[in-house]
Design a protein around this ligand. Structure first.
Ligand SMILES: Cc1cc2nc3c(=O)[nH]c(=O)nc-3n(C[C@H](O)[C@H](O)[C@H](O)COP(=O)(O)OP(=O)(O)OC[C@H]3O[C@@H](n4cnc5c(N)ncnc54)[C@H](O)[C@@H]3O)c2cc1C
Length: 376
């Protein structure tokens, strides 16, 4: 076999790209994944996965039941003023660090025959002829019948011109993450609001807790671009956060930080490249389930690509079918995410909303269920 020619090339080896690669390899197709980092590595992410993905990950070969992972079924949401809404999660989720998850998925992919090019950044894609695309990367030029983009939040420059470019709220966010050890029940996830942001905390593997927040870039700018100063001036106004930040053991002194995060409307393809995960559209982390959406999208796309590669449908039909099933599965969920994002992070409305919801558990259950999908 020509080591530069594949049925499918995948740009980005995060969880959506890796899940897609495993399914295509299992169906007998040759797959190459390009990942600009080297596994294992950390990522800014709250690391809570809704239970909807449990069976899917097991089917891909990840033995979640043997990994002693925290199962989470209790939710606490606090307002900056110190009110805490407590709620039992019907579906719930589990905690696993991206360090472990992405690394394990990459090992499964390799065991199924996927070629993973680590430390390799894709810099361009163009049509070589009617059937085949040419992929330029920092580790050489490759050819594939199908190219998929699972490059995450940041669209590579060679694809930016064709993006929709419409912001959900025109805001620019930053994400900050630490691993800590602290006093929090294993089965509990908490979401703490502060001015223009919110911070999640829940347990993952390795006896770590993931402490991760999203806030506006403006919040950081107002605090001289100093993360520590912003935490002390803004996050500490929420008494729960002040406690976690001052009484936890921080496993790394420096947080992992990402900037220029937006929740722009995107699309399921760009210049003939099939998109999945955050590349196709990201949900606000408040709804907590971007990872499950990425994994579910990989299942929808794998079904369509397998039909195409088996000559059961044309590429045009494949693009249309995938867009249709993506919209059906995620359209409403993304809308709910935008509304919830709007509601939280504003002191007065958040406090009032939490107090009202605490009196109406069925309404809270309904809201939470809108952010979780069915098992797949
Ligand atoms: C603050 C915050 C908290 C969150 N918390 C949660 C949570 O608790 N639960 C949840 O389900 N979701 C959460 N999310 C969302 C979740 O992190 C994403 O939805 C998920 O990571 C998307 O996976 P992905 O595979 O699409 O992209 P990613 O996991 O981002 O993977 C993309 C990969 O592509 C690689 N790459 C990019 N460009 C190139 C290139 N040109 N060449 C080669 N490789 C490239 C990157 O290195 C990366 O590894 C959170 C997001 C944020 C910002």
């Amino acid at each position: 076999m020509d080591p530069t020619s594949y049925d499918c090339a995948i740009i980005g080896g995060g969880l959506s790209g890796l899940c897609l690669s495993i399914q295509l390899a299992e169906a007998g197709f040759s797959v190459v994944v390009f990942e600009k980092n080297r596994y294992p590595f950390h990522k800014v992410c709250g690391e809570y996965i809704s239970m909807e993905s449990w069976n899917f990950l097991n089917q891909l070969g990840l033995p979640l039941g043997d990994m002693d992972l925290p199962v989470i079924d209790q939710l606490g949401i606090s307002s900056q003023r110190g009110f805490m809404l407590n709620h039992t999660l019907k579906m719930g989720g589990f905690g696993i660090s991206r360090f472990t998850l992405d690394h394990q998925l990459s090992s499964i992919a390799v065991s199924k025959g996927v070629i993973i090019k680590e430390n390799c950044r894709v810099t361009g894609v163009r049509k070589a002829d009617k059937q085949v695309s040419e992929i330029d990367s920092s580790c050489g030029t490759y050819h594939a019948k199908i190219v998929c983009g699972s490059y995450g939040k940041y669209t590579p420059s060679f694809l930016q011109s064709a993006e929709l470019g419409k912001g959900s709220d025109g805001m620019n966010y930053i994400g900050v993450k630490y691993h800590v050890r602290t006093d929090l029940p294993t089965n509990r996830i908490e979401l703490h609001n502060f001015e223009n942001g919110y911070c999640g905390i829940s347990k993952v593997d390795n006896d770590w807790q993931c402490l991760c927040y999203l806030t506006t870039a403006n919040n950081l700018n107002k605090n001289s671009k100093d993360i520590g100063l912003m935490e002390r001036n803004v996050l500490f106004k929420n008494p729960f956060l002040k406690k976690y930040f001052t009484e936890s053991e921080f496993l790394t002194q420096q947080p992992l930080v990402i900037s220029n995060v937006s929740f722009k409307k995107k699309s399921t393809d760009n210049q003939g490249i099939f998109l999945l995960g955050d590349s196709a559209g990201s949900i606000t982390p408040l709804c907590g389930n971007g990872m499950s959406m990425g994994m579910r999208a990989s299942k929808l796309l794998a079904a369509e690509l397998i039909a195409y590669l088996n000559n059961k449908q044309t590429k045009e039909q494949t693009l249309v079918n995938y867009k249709r099933s993506w919209d059906k599965n995620f359209g409403n969920r993304i809308k709910v995410g935008y509304y919830l994002q709007y509601l939280f992070g504003k002191n007065a409305t958040t406090d009032l909303a939490l107090r009202v919801l605490s009196q109406l558990p069925p309404v809270t259950s309904k809201l939470v269920s809108l952010t979780h999908g069915e098992r797949f």
